[in-house]
Design a protein around this ligand. Structure first.
Ligand code: URA
Length: 434
C-alpha cells in the first residue's frame, strides 16, 4: 500500500477500506507517513467527507494507536465529558472536581487550543507546576488518590490523536465532522470509561455553526460510543457568544475557581450544573437528573468541589496555593478597554472573532510549536441582550505586547452587532440527546 494512492482515492471521493485507513493512521503515528501527506489526506477528508463505516474505522484505528486503559480495578464507575470546542469554555475545570467530589471517577484526556478555541491543557498549565503529561502509571496513581486526573494525549494513550490534532490545527481541517468525531471518541474511548457526556456546541464560536449539524455530529458520536458498548449522552449547547466572561488561559482558570466557589457567571454555572448532573447520574451517584443537580449544588455549596480541585492540583505537581491567591497565576502587564461605537442592545457577538482577538494578544498557537502566553486574554463586559451606551465598555483586553492590541480592538469592535430594540439572549441548552 502507498499513502499517495490512499490520498488519491479519498481526493476522488471514493470510500476507503479499514485497511487503508489503518495504513495511513499507523504510518503517520509511527513517522512513516510524512506531515505533508497526512495534511493532504486530511484536506481530502475535509472536502469529500467520510461514510459512517469509514468514521468508525478511523476512530478505532486512532484508539488502538496506543493503550486502552483498564481502570475497572478502581471499583467505581468512570465517567468523562468532552466539549467540541468553543470560546471561554472552561467547564472541564469545574465538572471534573465536582463529579469526583461526588464519588465518581473522572479520567479526563483533553486537548490543547485548537484554532480560535481554547484548550483545557493550556488552561491547566497556567497553574504553576501543573503537569498534564503524566505517564500511564502516574495517571492511574492520581486517579486512585483523588478520583480525577486531567491529562493530554501521550505517546502511550491516543498518540495518533496527539499528532493529527496538532496537524489539523495548522492545516484548516478542524471543522470536519468525521475528523472531530474520530478525534474526540478515540481519546475518550482510550480512558477506560463506562460513559461519556458530550457538550456539542453550535454557533459563531463553535466549529459547527448550526444546531442541525451539531445534532448530526452528536448522533454520530453517540453511535460510535454504543458500537463500543459505552453509554453516551449529548447536550447541544449555544456558542453564539463566549461562555462566561473570561477568555484566555489564566483568566479562565480564575473564573473556574470562582465557579467552584459558587461565584461563577450564571451561564457557566448553569452549563456546568447540567453536565455534572448527567455525569453524576451516569456514575450512579444519583438516581435522576434532578438529584444530580442537587448533588452539584451540594458539592459547590459545601466547599467539597474546590477542595477536590486543590487535591487534583497538588497530585499533578501544581501549586494549589493559586486557588486562594490569584497573584500566583500568570498576569498580563497591561489592559485596554474596548468601547461601544454606538448605543443599543447587543444583538449578536461573533464569538469566533472574539477568540481570534484573544489569539492576537498571544493566547493561542500561531503555528504547531508556537508558545502560548498564558497570562493574556480578555473579559467580555457586554453580552447578548445587554443595553450598552455609546462609549461604554464591551470588552477589556489584557496583554503584554503592544504589537497587536489595536488590531485586536478593531476585531472586537467588528464582532459586536447592536440593535435599537430589546433582544432576548440565546437559549444556552438547546437539546439533550440520549
Ligand atoms: N475536540 C477534540 O478533541 N477534537 C476535535 O477535533 C475538536 C474538538
Amino acid at each position: 500500500m502507498r499513502a499517495v494512492d490512499i490520498i488519491t482515492k479519498k481526493r476522488d471521493g471514493r470510500e476507503l477500506t479499514r485497511d487503508e485507513i489503518g495504513f495511513i493512521v499507523r504510518g503517520y503515528t509511527e513517522g512513516e507517513v510524512a506531515d505533508y501527506q497526512m495534511a493532504a489526506w486530511l484536506m481530502a477528508v475535509y472536502l469529500r467527507g467520510m461514510t459512517r463505516a469509514e468514521t468508525l474505522a478511523l476512530t478505532e484505528e486512532m484508539l488502538h494507536s496506543g493503550a486502552v486503559v483498564d481502570f475497572s480495578s478502581l471499583g467505581r464507575p468512570r465517567v468523562d465529558k468532552h466539549s467540541t470546542g468553543g470560546v471561554g469554555d472552561k467547564t472541564s475545570l469545574v465538572v471534573a472536581p465536582v463529579v469526583a467530589a461526588a464519588g465518581v471517577i473522572v479520567p479526563m484526556i483533553s486537548g490543547r487550543a485548537l484554532a480560535h478555541s481554547g484548550g483545557t491543557l493550556d488552561k491547566l498549565e497556567a497553574i504553576p507546576g501543573f503537569r498534564t503529561d503524566l505517564s500511564l502509571s502516574e495517571f492511574r496513581s492520581v486517579l486512585e488518590k483523588t478520583g480525577a486526573a486531567l491529562i493530554g494525549q501521550t505517546a502511550e494513550i491516543a498518540p495518533a490523536d496527539r499528532k493529527i490534532y496538532a496537524l489539523r490545527d495548522v492545516t484548516a481541517t478542524v471543522e470536519c465532522r468525521p475528523l472531530m468525531a474520530a478525534s474526540i471518541m478515540s481519546k475518550k474511548m482510550a480512558e477506560g470509561i463506562n460513559g461519556l457526556v458530550l457538550d456539542v456546541k453550535a454557533g459563531s464560536g463553535a466549529f459547527i455553526k448550526t444546531e442541525a449539524e451539531a445534532v448530526e455530529l452528536a448522533r454520530l458520536m453517540i453511535d460510535i460510543a454504543r458500537e463500543m458498548e459505552k453509554e453516551a449522552v449529548a447536550l447541544i449547547t449555544d456558542m453564539n457568544q463566549p461562555l462566561g466572561r473570561a477568555v484566555g488561559n489564566s483568566l479562565e482558570v480564575i473564573e473556574a475557581f470562582e465557579t467552584l466557589r459558587g461565584r461563577g457567571p450564571e451561564d457557566l454555572n448553569t452549563l456546568c450544573r447540567e453536565l455534572s448532573a448527567e455525569m453524576i447520574v451516569m456514575g450512579r451517584a444519583a438516581g435522576d437528573i434532578e438529584e444530580g443537580r442537587h448533588v452539584y449544588d451540594e458539592m459547590i455549596g459545601s466547599g467539597a468541589a474546590i477542595e477536590k480541585m486543590r487535591e487534583i492540583i497538588t497530585h499533578q505537581g501544581g501549586d494549589a496555593r493559586a486557588i486562594d491567591d490569584y497573584e500566583l497565576l500568570p498576569r498580563a502587564c497591561h489592559e485596554r478597554i474596548v468601547r461601544a461605537q454606538a448605543s443599543g442592545y447587543v444583538e449578536a457577538i461573533d464569538a469566533k472573532a472574539v477568540g481570534h482577538a484573544s489569539m492576537l494578544l498571544g493566547a493561542g498557537r500561531a503555528s504547531i510549536d508556537a508558545p502560548v502566553d498564558l497570562s493574556v486574554g480578555l473579559r467580555v463586559e457586554s453580552r447578548i441582550g445587554d443595553l450598552v451606551a455609546s462609549g461604554s465598555p464591551i470588552v477589556t483586553l489584557y496583554f503584554n505586547d503592544e504589537a497587536n492590541v489595536e488590531e485586536a480592538a478593531r476585531v472586537i469592535e467588528g464582532a459586536y452587532t447592536l440593535w435599537p430594540h430589546a433582544v432576548a439572549p440565546p437559549e444556552l441548552i438547546k437539546e439533550v440527546l440520549r
